[in-house]
Structures are given as C-alpha cells and as structure tokens.
Design a protein. Sequence first.
Lengths: 505, 253
Amino acid sequence: MNLHSLSLRNSQSCSYKDVPVVSIEELKGTIVSCVQEGKRLLAFFAQSTGEKEMQLYAVLGNDKLGTLSLLSAKVENSYPSITDQCAQAHWFEREIAENWGISPKNHPWLKPIRFIPSYREGQDAWNRSKENILPCVGDYYQVQGEEIHEVAVGPVHAGVIEPGHFRFQCHGEWVYHLEISLGYQHRGIEKELKGGPTKRTLPYMETMAGDTSIGHSHAYLQMLESLANCQVSQRAQALRGIALELERLANHTGDLGALANDVGFLPTANYCGRIRGDFLNMSALLCGSRFGRNFLKPGGVAFDLEDSRIKEFQTKLENAKKDVTVAAELLLDSPSVLARFEDTGVVSKETARELGLVGVAARASGLSQDIRKDYPFGIFSSFSIPVAIYKKGDVFARAYVRWIEIQNSIAFIQSMLISMPKGKTQMPLSSLAPDKIVVSLTEGWRGEICHVAKTDEKGQFSWYKVCDPSFHNWMGLSMALRNQQISDFPLCNKSFNLSYCGHDL
Amino acid sequence: MFKVLLARLQQKHRTIAYPKKEPVLPDRFRGLPILDNSQCLKNCQECVSVCPTNAIQCTEKGLQIDLGRCLFCTECTSVCPKGAIQFSTEYRLATRTRQDLVFDGKVFERAKILKDSIHKLFGRSLKLRQVSAAGCNACEADINVLGTPGFDLGRFGIQIVASPRHADGIVVTGPVSENMKLAVEKTYKAVANPKVVIAVGSCAISGGPFLDHKEVHNGITDLFPVDLFIPGCPPHPMTILDGFLRLMGRLKQ
C-alpha cells in the first residue's frame, strides 16, 4: 500500500511534478488504510488548478519513522466523503466544502466551519448567496425530549477572550453534547498569502494566532529557507529554539494559573498570572517584544544574545523556575484542586486517536506525539527534548502534561544558554526555487503546526495552506464535555485553551 | 494550609511601584520612533516601500509615521541607509485623536483627560467591557495581564467587567471582522450613555496587518466615536495602563 505517494521529510522541498495524482477512490483508500495502520492525517485540503477541476491534497504522517506522504486527486464539484471511514477527515472536509464549494457526499454533519463565502464565485456547497451568510446561524446537533434544553453561549464571552459560539444540549446540569461553532475571527489570511512572500507575509505569520507568533513564523521560515536552500546557523537555530520554548513556558504557565482560577484556587491563579509575565518579559529581553514579534527573520534571527545578556537571562530564568515550581506544586498537590481536576473532561486514548488530536491534548490522552521528537526541525534536529505523556485524558492530565513540559523547556533553555553554539545570527536568503512543494511542521505550545505551500514558475506561492493545532482539537473539547456538568465547561475549555483566530485564520 | 502560607511567603509582594516609580522597559523594546529629518535622503523611499502597513510617508516636509498603523517591526530602521528612523523605549503612546498618532518626529500629543462632565463620572472608577473582534490574542493577553498582581489594575479603580450592562465603556481589539461586526455593535449599544470607547492595538485603530482585507473593517474608527487610541502590535501593558490613567486624569505629566 501507499505506493502512489510522494515520501518526504519535514520542510524538505520536493519537485511539484513528483506529487502523484491518483483517482479519488485511491486517495480515499490510501487515507483510510494509512490511518488504520496508525498514521495520521496532518492536512487535507483543496486548491484550484486554474481549470474547472479542483485538486485535493492529503498529507499523511508516520510518527514512528518521521516521514510524510503527499498525494493528490482531481475532483469537480463533489466526491465520496472520507469521514465515514476516517473521522480525522471530518473537519477538513467541512473546510473543503466551505472554501471551494466541493461537496463531500454522505458527510455525516456537513456544515460551514467559518461562515464565509466560497472562494469560487457562484460555487457554494449550500447554495448560499454572499449576502445572506450569518455567522453561526443554521442547524445544530439537537437532542430532543421533555426536559432537554439548549444553552447558547457567545460570541462575546464574560472574560477577555476571543469570540466563538458554544451550543450545549443539556438535561438539567448534564451535558449530552456540545457543538462549537466558529468563524468570527476570520481575517482572510490564507488568500492573501498567495503570490507571496510579500512584505506582509511575516506579520501574517506572527498574527494568525498571536499567542503562537514564534510557532507559526518558525514553520514559515524553515519552509522559506528550504525553498531558498539557505543554511541557518546553529546559533540562530538555538535562539529560535529558545524563543519557541519561552512561548511554551509563558502560555503553559498562564494556563496553569487559569485552571487554578476556574476552580477557585486563587494562590496559584495569582502567582502564575504574574510568572507568565516573567517569561514574556524574557522574550522582550531577547527581542524587545513580549510575544517574540520580529525576532525570527528569513535566514536567522534579528538579535543575538551577548554574554552579558545571557547572564541576565540565566538569573531571570532561575528565579522564574523557583516561582513556577512553588505555584505548580501547590496546585497539583491540593486535594480540593485534584477533586475538581481528576476525572473531569475525559478524552480516551481511542477517541483522541480517532479524531486526530495533537499537542498537549493528545499527549494527555496517552498518545506519544511531538513534532520536536517525531519530525525534528531546527535546533531539535540536534537536541532532543523528552515527550511528556500522561494517560488519563482528564483535566488533571492536561494540567500535568503542561507542568512536565514547563520543566523540560526550562531545562532545555538552561542547557542552551550554557553552551550556545557559535555562528552568524542571520544568513542571506536568495530567491525561492520554482515549482516546488514543501510541508513544514513545528510543535507550537498547543501542538502541531502544519504549513504546506507550493511555488509557481516564478518562485512565488501558488497557494499556502495553514493548519493550526486548534483545527484538530476543537472537536476534542466537544468530546470532553459529553456527560459532564455544564458548570465544568470553563474548566474543560481552559484545559484545552484553543485558538479561535488560529482556527479561523 | 501551611503549604499555602509558605508559598505566599516565597512569592513575596510583586506589584510594581508605578506610578510612583517609572517602569524599566527592556533596552530592545520599541516605543516612540525618533525621526531625524536631517539624515533622511528624501528621494530614496526605502522605508516607505518596506513598511508592511504603509505607515510611513516621506515627503518634502519630512518623515511621518502613522503609529496607528505601525507594527513596530523595524523593517524601516534596517533598510534606512542613514539611520534616520530609530525606535526609542518611550512607552507612553496613547492619544485622544486619530490624527495625534501621525507623528512627524517633533511633538507627540499624549492623551488628555476626559471632558469635565464625563470625568466626574469615570475619573475615580472606570468599568470596562473588552471585546475581541478578530484580535489575535496578543492585545487580549496584554490587557488581561493588567489584572494580575504585577500591575494590579484594581488599585486605580479600573475593572474589566463581564457584561456591557455593567460597563462604562468598551475596549475593542482586533480589526473587526465581517463576522464580528454585528456583535461589536450590539455590545456597544448595550453600554449605557455616557460611555467611552477605547481602541487597543493597530488592528482596532487601522486594521493593522489586515488593513484593507475585504473580510475586515479596518478597526472601529468608522463604527464608533473613539475616545482613546492605544497603538502597538500589541501595545505593551504599560502603554495600555498609561493610556487608561491619562484618560482618567490620574497622571500629572
């Protein structure tokens, strides 16, 4: 099996003409059998061929070998849905239907995911006209019965968070199902990436999910450098790695604080809120921006860490480590906290695998998946970082995995600072190779970030596809809420802490 | 219980001394630009062409940066052959009008206090409702952080509240996507008069990196009268706090 696919590695640029075009039946067969064998569907999307036909692309990953398979098929306005035999495809197929008006026949729940007009004029999967698309208006999965009621929340929530709509099917406090409806954050980024790189490409990468600026720009830049055949120095790679782990530290610490807050455990909630700021300030020490904006540049990084700055950095890191250790251990040691965290919002390993969850959510359900280890990139090609796994799949597991990762990331940065590799911070970048295709993966703090792009005959992007970890994981949150009390929703939601804008793009 | 107390002792008192003491920002922080017209070649236009949001103008009159569009990305500083554009660590960037954000390197008009009748109501207590309208979660995060003990927003009488019905005004982030427009308008309407509107971040002020996308509305300036503009991508928490306090007339200089 799997003969008709192009095998490639993370951010390896390949000739576009080597991407096999198979029949839609074979594409479906390959996806279904590969996923059954334990591979994962990393990306599945459509692009225009410039003619009447559209081209579907599938990226499958073999986590054990670290290899990727790419294959494609041409379709017109519909094709037999893959979701009935491979749940990992379900959200992708809804996106394909919405973006291009291609209907996956017999998809079990074919709804828009962003509530935007089709990219193809006059070709809409639901025959909607541009003017009458209202965000999140439409049919919802419903439970019926005498005492069943529906709870609708959002788009504007009570906290300082991004907008999204949640629809609960409840029986009293009990939640039978939660349907999540997004699209409020859509800014049309993918469309604008076409024809790039332009002067806005890097700002787009840094703001597609603004709390994952480093994760996304790292994925973009390693793709760019592969296309331009540019060798980034080890020093620049180390600095990028430090920035990536700082981003993870800040967000994981913030999440532990937010989880504490949602169960009313105020000491850790307060401490972590501040310690998160300490990690953000370390990013600012590195590059002036708390979110690592404009630190990563084509060919390397914008700033170096001089010896004096390394000293300051080490002191700050050591202090933050002490503080976060006290705050996290206090949280995970308190019986009143554990009573709320344990057995709440369980996602089983089987469900996690079937849905194709990634990142913290997958690892907390016992799946060993981490791009840093499975498909090493940047500094992680020469420096391994342990994969944090916990098996229970509940809120506690997702908190605990974060705490282990905090420790691992601190240890990683500390060892980098002790022996920073030598080299230039930035190398010149030549023009991009024409007619290539690249799949670029990084492990952002939420999980796997996947960028796929193709260059045209001039070395510009003919198209650029982004798959944020949240794209895979929102359905995981829905599953976590089944048979839970609705009052546990904020807690479950925080334990995933997914991105709305990363999903909506 | 004992552990909680020990942890409390270990974490110490960490609220910053601001506004009694000025905060120290990192040396690489990018705040108010320093424009040196005597160095500018005028005809090279390099900075103008690399700016991702077309924030820079370079004419006979000299250099001009629209801070409402600026992403503080330093592409301009790195291409300028003469070093005519630099960024200082001046974080006090909030203004009362959109026009005040267009900076020509000379005087920067910082935000002034609200007019008397409204100041009487909000000068000592300001409740705000935050709305993210396609914000990328960076502005949101740096507003959120003001609530932590480090900044302790509450000591200034400012609170981010859960409902527009409890609020004296709204703080909007993001370029206002088409899909979020109605929700922002409804939130605005739900706040009782008189109310203040604060735009945080280049997206809410001008559309930011998404300027002129047909999926967005280039921020809130065409939707509501804005009382306070806080530029940045994202603005530093101190820039946001400074803006809030100036609006309330709580800062002297």
